[in-house]
Design a protein. Sequence first.
Length: 258
Amino acid sequence: MIFMLAGTSDARALALDIKNEGHQLLTTVVTENAAAEMTKAGIPVHVGRLPVDEMIRLIQEHRATIVVDASHPFAEEASKNAMEAAKQLGLPYIRYERESQSFDYEKLTVVSSYKEAAKIAATKQGVVMLTTGSKTLQVFTEELLDKPDIRLIARMLPRLDNMEKCEQLGFPQKNIIAIQGPFSKDFDQALYKQYGVTVMITKESGKVGSVDEKVEAAKELGIEIIMIARPKMDYGVSFSEFPPIINLLKKGEGIHGL
């Protein structure tokens, strides 16, 4: 039995490949929407954020012998919990993380944190479009919401909890774009033009996260970009492609307990 942190589209694809190889697995995701996609693919799934103790309980309950962490590149806490759970149980841990990217653009600034991104954006003027989701929205509202020379636009998933969070933070309804991707470059450009965007804030989530499209669309329009770099973590055994993970699981080479 394999215990797998999933939730993204590429993680679901990896889970399906693992299943098709004949392995039993339990996936964990954060949202009901992600769970529905797993269920549709015929893959067992647990929904909800998992602290270390709950993760350990689930691993033991399902007698999992290995932990595969295919969580989002910015799901730092989930990865830390997975590594700790595997360590406490003496189980092998394998990380899948989509390949990182770099971009050549004179108007692009790379920062190491959401707070740093918000601080830099606060020195600008015009329309700032936030495409980093709702989880860290407060970091940006604290810095930007009351700036007279800045209009903050937030693009996020069309979920009830996101709308409730916006309301709690006093985020204007007219500045919310509630929509689910992925989006094409043309679509991103249409949004930038519609709102008169002068600064776009994003994360280095990788090609699967449609960062290419957001960046290319902004470059062609001469829009400034603030990009948050991925958390720096030592995962140990880590891959950016499926085949090495599938082969490792198939052969069991160097993996105790498979």
